[in-house]
Design a protein around this ligand. Structure first.
Ligand SMILES: [Zn+2]
Ligand SMILES: [Zn+2]
Length: 241
């Protein structure tokens, strides 16, 4: 679902919302180029970080590791594992420095993909704020007077359809998408705040009640790598920690 929705959402913004707003507001070529650049930048960072989160989960499948100090042995994976590697029942494999199992990606978040996961949440948040702003102008241009407000009420409370009868149309789909935008702003903010706080404190989602470990700067580099300044703007850059 996330694999289709995330790029699909941005493609909708670029192919439906952008041309419609150009038609209404007629911006100059410089402004149009700036928005194409910003759209592409968001698109690459959202989809790139999403794909990397899915492909690099740090699993120990078919890896025959040697015993390490403080580590143990996983009977299910038949391998030794270092400290902080845990077996995920859903993925059915051990994950290095396992943080949590992400329901939306259907993957575990661990040592190698925590950076991508956090950046995915950050970029989804930025992209949703950016698109909500323009979607508001796009959707409200489809309605007259209080039509937009009433359409929002009708979708939030379907019982109101008895009092404000109007057949469903494409306009309602646009309103639903707008509300989805707003919901994603809140969803990404809550998740990002929780996981970023844990990252800065040097703990995983399981240890969020534990006291902070190391300095926050050290914790940040251990997740985003030494080239963190490039990692935050380009998902495909190599940034070893
Ligand atoms: Zn295991
Ligand atoms: Zn998992």
């Amino acid at each position: 679902m996330v694999l289709i929705l995330t790029p699909g959402f941005l493609i909708f913004e670029m192919t439906v919302v952008r041309p419609a707003l150009i038609e209404i507001y007629k911006p100059g070529i410089a402004k149009q180029c700036l928005h194409i650049f910003l759209c592409m930048f968001c698109f690459i960072n959202v989809t790139g970080n999403m794909m990397m989160s899915i492909y690099f989960d740090g699993n120990l499948k078919d890896k025959k590791l040697k015993p390490t100090e403080g580590g143990d042995y996983c009977e299910l994976c038949k391998t030794h594992r270092p400290p902080k590697a845990w077996h995920c029942k859903r993925c059915n494999v051990c994950i290095l420095r396992r943080d949590h199992h992400c329901f939306f990606f259907s993957r575990c978040i661990g040592l190698y993909n925590r950076r991508y996961y956090l950046l995915y949440l950050a970029y989804i948040h930025i992209t949703m704020i950016y698109s909500t702003y323009y979607n508001y102008y796009f959707v409200s241009s489809k309605f007259k007077d209080h039509g937009f407000f009433l359409a929002v009420l009708r979708i939030l409370n379907p019982l109101l359809r008895f009092f404000i009868p109007e057949p469903m149309s494409t306009k309602d789909l646009y309103v639903m998408l707008f509300l989805f935008n707003v919901g994603l702003i809140a969803w990404s903010a809550i998740l990002f705040r929780f996981h970023m706080k844990n990252t800065l404190r040097g703990v995983t989602a399981h240890e969020y009640r534990d006291p902070a470990k190391n300095h926050w700067r050290e914790n940040l580099v251990s997740v985003f790598g030494r080239r963190w300044y490039l990692a935050i703007i380009w998902p495909f850059v190599d940034s070893p920690s």
